[in-house]
Write a new protein. Structure first.
Length: 219
């Protein structure tokens, strides 16, 4: 770094033009070069406020866009939360013609995924297909099956529980004609065993009855 010299210390003010100074110079300097430089400098002074104003407007627009984006995110979040709350009600009543096995399977899968606390199935005839569909439930959601067991089912259930979150099995004390699926506090009447949904004409109907009443009646 060079030492000494004009402009090396803060006591020396920098050379600069002001708008008024340029105007004063224009009345003194008459050469063609001086006039050209004067004009360019005046144009620069005129452009600076415009550039500054434009920059401020751009910054304001960016800030507004960011605020709108945050508001949009919040609105989308609220909409999603509302959809999740009412989702189970969308499945209150469905009918599946013979052969609509996939549609029935997909519908049951959505019911299982909608559970927030518990899933309880009351069905006389259950096999590994039912265990498979219950793996679609979210973490921490309990699952209980009330059924009439077979040795094959117990073997499948044991293998399942060794790898996946446990599904509790409760022996039905007697044969039940109807099948029920309980999702949290909602009861669905199944027109066929869960594993056979869609193989023949059947329906899934939401009920207004309390799940606890159903659970008491099967004991």
């Amino acid at each position: 770094m060079l030492k000494g010299g004009r402009g090396q210390h803060s006591k020396h003010l920098p050379y600069a033009f002001t708008r008024n100074g340029i105007a004063m110079l224009s009345s003194v300097l008459r050469s063609e070069t001086a006039v050209g430089v004067n004009i360019r400098i005046m144009r620069a002074f005129t452009a600076i406020p415009q550039i500054a104003n434009h920059s401020i407007q751009m910054i304001e627009r960016i800030v507004n866009l960011e605020n709108q984006q945050e508001e949009t995110k919040e609105k989308i979040k609220i909409i999603i939360e509302k959809i999740e709350k009412i989702a189970p009600n969308e499945f209150s009543e469905q009918i599946f013609p013979t052969g609509c096995v996939w549609d029935a399977w997909a519908h049951i899968s959505e019911l299982v995924r909608s559970a927030r606390k518990r899933i309880i199935l009351i069905d006389n005839f259950v096999d590994d297909r039912v265990l498979s569909i219950l793996t679609k439930r979210a973490d921490g959601i309990s699952a209980t099956i009330h059924t009439r067991y077979t040795k094959q089912f117990l073997a499948d259930l044991k293998k399942h529980n060794e790898q996946y979150p446990e599904i509790q099995f409760i022996q039905l004390p007697h044969h039940n004609h109807d099948r029920f699926l309980i999702i949290d506090d909602k009861v669905y009447l199944l027109g066929a065993s869960l594993k056979d949904m869609g193989t023949g004409l059947c329906a899934i109907t939401g009920m207004t009855i309390s799940p606890e009443i159903i659970l008491k009646l099967i004991k």
